[in-house]
Ligand binder design. Structure first.
Ligand SMILES: [Zn+2]
Length: 231
């Protein structure tokens, strides 16, 4: 099963996937290429189509310059609004997740955001899907703080074997939080006996406890690890 990677090093989402916006808008960051950040393919695939040479039209619904790539498992991606003249691949080219395909721009207009950004579309078997639920954050991605949650994280070639788990062994359950320490409010109560994927043991110390970074209900959360059993 292919694990698509986000096409920008910096993962900052400014407009979510929704009923009318069937894509993610991804922001630029001054530290990671700014407005003309490098755009990469999302995995092993073949370039299906490109469009280049368009200026900034600001016509609603215009994808501007883009690259469409086909992958295994019925996936396709399209990276829209790319910088005119920046596209470095052509139809039929084989790509990997390390292939530079062009640069961010603001050609076209998705009806939401006129600024420089990447309008990122993912199809699965021809149907547009929420990239958050299909595309993974890899180790060399940098995630905007506000976007850390609800994202999938990649954990090696064989995630089934690589994953580590904990079991909650506090009789009355334990509160998880969105950061390390009681300065973060109680977020969700995790019941006794729950098995959770462990991302990092002893991710930090606060309030007299060591804290583990785990995934609970598809979100990255933290909890004091005094009562955790490591499976
Ligand atoms: Zn958009």
């Amino acid at each position: 099963m292919i694990k698509l990677k986000y096409p920008l090093k910096f993962v900052g989402i400014t407009q979510d996937f929704g009923l009318t916006h069937r894509a993610l808008d991804m922001a630029w960051n001054v530290k990671y290429g700014g407005k003309n950040a490098d755009i990469y393919a999302c995995g092993d695939g073949v370039v299906e189509s490109i469009r280049d040479g368009r200026n900034n039209s600001m016509v609603n619904g215009d994808s501007g310059n883009y690259v469409t790539i086909k992958y295994a498992d019925g996936y396709e991606t399209r990276t829209c609004h790319m910088l005119k003249g920046s596209i470095t691949v052509k139809k039929g080219d084989k790509v990997t997740k390390d292939t530079l395909i062009g640069k961010m721009g603001n050609s076209g207009y998705c009806g939401r955001n006129k600024a420089y950004h990447l309008h990122f579309i993912v199809w699965k078997n021809g149907v547009r899907v929420n990239p958050r639920k299909h595309v993974y954050v890899y180790d060399d991605n940098v995630v905007a703080k506000s976007n850390e949650y609800k994202l999938l994280y990649y954990h090696g070639e064989d995630p089934i074997e690589e994953k580590k788990y904990i079991k909650i062994n506090a009789r009355s359950g334990v509160w998880c939080r969105k950061g390390i320490g009681f300065k973060y409010p109680k977020y969700k109560a995790i019941p006794y006996g729950t098995k959770c994927e462990l991302l990092e043991k002893n991710a930090g110390t606060s309030n007299g406890y060591k804290w583990d970074k785990i995934i609970y209900k598809n979100e990255v959360v933290y909890l004091p690890n005094k009562w955790n059993i490591y499976l």
